[in-house]
Design a protein around this ligand. Structure first.
Ligand SMILES: *[C@@H]1O[C@H](CO)[C@@H](O)[C@H](O)[C@H]1NC(C)=O
Ligand SMILES: *[C@@H]1O[C@H](CO)[C@@H](O)[C@H](O)[C@H]1NC(C)=O
Ligand SMILES: [Cu+2]
Length: 180
């Protein structure tokens, strides 16, 4: 118990002046498909001060053997719930030239990927049979929960697209733990 508290205090003390959140959740609603996206900073085992952003994904209600894509979009979902109003994928480096040639190469994220293109890193979400729940967990090297960072996802949204690229489910990225 005391050890845990001490570790938490340490995690915050290194970022005292910035608005560094340690955890944020986007719950995306929709008629059939819904998702939960938990972003959190995880201590990198080999270096006690280094934090790595991690994402846990859960998606329900997917049609079997069909590809779904999900991304961090630039703007939050407005009060009317419009997924379209979130604009495009969060792309702080401008890797997508909007010329129709965009393709994220997970081996060259800084050179080729929209940083918000989560399925670009991890591959499309798909399930084998009706009722299956899709889950995935992976690190996000170039996104941040620090509101001051150019790569910050604070105040943005997550949008799920179906195989026809229709936006079917979206929700805001909400911070759930204290800032330091
Ligand atoms: C929803 O709200 C946004 C932001 O106010 C607006 O741009 C958009 O036109 C609205 N969409 C609908 C379908 O009402
Ligand atoms: C990564 O992509 C960029 C942009 O296409 C390219 O200039 C660079 O050479 C690539 N780097 C590697 C290691 O492939
Ligand atoms: Cu998208």
């Amino acid at each position: 118990m005391f050890k845990t508290l001490a570790l938490l205090a340490l995690a915050c003390s290194s970022t005292v002046m910035s608005t560094q959140y340690s955890r944020a959740i986007a719950r995306t609603g929709g008629d059939q498909v819904s998702g939960e996206f938990i972003f959190y900073n995880k201590r990198v085992a080999s270096d006690s001060n280094a934090l790595q952003l991690q994402l846990d994904v859960t998606i329900k209600g997917m049609v079997p053997n069909s590809n779904y894509y999900y991304h961090v979009h630039v703007l939050p979902v407005p009060a009317n719930g419009s997924c379209t109003a979130t604009l495009g994928h969060f792309d702080p480096t401008g890797n997508n030239k909007m010329d129709g040639k965009y393709k994220c190469d997970p081996k060259n994220i800084t050179g080729t990927c929209e940083y918000g293109d989560l399925t670009g890193y991890e591959g499309a979400a798909t399930v084998a049979k009706a009722g299956d729940v899709y889950t995935a967990s992976y690190g996000l090297q170039y996104l941040s929960l620090d509101s001051e960072s150019a790569n910050s996802i604070i105040g943005r949204s997550v949008v799920i697209h179906n195989s026809m690229d229709v936006r079917i489910s979206c929700g805001n990225i909400i911070t759930v733990t204290r800032k330091c």
